[in-house]
Design a protein around this ligand. Structure first.
Ligand code: C5P
Length: 251
């Protein structure tokens, strides 16, 4: 399910699970594999970021795909268009379901990501068309850093919405954003423009370095399409029970 549809009690376990992305933030594949074994049979999305991808490489992505998982490769590409096109081409060949680039790279760079994917699919039509999304303003950036260090005037929220519109104009499918920004992004770009939201903490879970958090159910009520959850699952005493309780919260 996607496109900003609100969850209701009619949502199945599978539908709810498919909207939860487990952030596999590990420095190697052994720990990640241990978690995957604990979560066996739960049809959630798996998010692989730079740390694990640079350690585990394409073979780990193939393993996740062989196990039947949807995979979000969160490598946030940001380079000249030709290089991003090449990167997207290689990523598409891995058969991932979603990957991302930085909106700050501009429209041409984002379009190059689509071109890279299309070139891979022209050579091998069996490849899926991954969902391509953009990072707007990192949630670690506050107004002061954005204004004074990066040199972008205005508020973070204005920049996020402007980048979301640029992402849509480039033909991409959605953005990574804070759950607090989902309503304004959907208002500007429409319900079918997808949002992927980290900064999720079940009630009572420690915040760690996240600040403006929402619970899984709150984020869904704000209209997000996917929630990203890392440490509340990976560092739980019983990761399987933690994931199941998040999925149940969404049903
Ligand atoms: O452990 P936790 O639930 O905070 O993990 C959140 C995940 O989402 C991490 O993989 C982090 O890199 C990612 N993320 C984020 N904020 C962003 C973009 C990505 O927390 N703006």
């Amino acid at each position: 399910m996607s496109g900003g549809q609100k969850m209701s009690h009619t949502v199945s376990f599978e539908q709810a699970a498919s909207r939860v992305m487990v952030a596999l933030d590990y420095d190697g594949t052994a720990e990640a594999q241990r978690l995957i074994e604990q979560l066996e049979g739960i049809p959630c999305y798996m998010k692989v970021g730079m740390q694990l991808f640079y350690a585990g490489g394409p073979s780990f992505i193939r393993e996740l795909k062989e196990r039947g998982y949807s995979v979000f490769l969160d490598v946030k590409m940001h380079d000249i268009p030709n290089t991003v096109k090449g990167g997207a081409n290689s990523i598409a060949k891995l058969g991932v379901d979603m990957f991302n680039v930085h909106a700050a790279g501009g429209k041409k760079m984002m379009q190059a990501a689509i071109e890279g994917v299309e070139a891979a699919r022209a050579a091998d039509p069996s490849l899926p068309r991954p969902v391509i999304i953009a990072v707007t303003q990192l949630t670690s950036t506050n107004n002061e850093v954005m204004n004074e260090e990066i040199g972008i005037p205005g508020t973070v929220e204005e920049t996020v919405v402007r980048y979301a519109k640029l992402t849509q104009e480039a033909g991409l499918d959605g953005v990574v954003a804070s759950p607090h920004e989902v309503k304004s992004i959907k208002a500007a770009c429409g319900d079918s423009f997808r949002t992927v939201t980290p900064g999720i903490r079940p009630k009572g879970a420690p915040l760690q370095d996240q600040s403006r958090v929402m619970t899984p159910a709150e984020a869904m009520r704000h209209g997000t399409d996917y929630i990203v959850v890392g440490r509340p699952i990976t560092e739980a005493e019983d990761p399987r029970a933690a994931l199941l309780s998040i999925i149940e919260e969404l049903m």
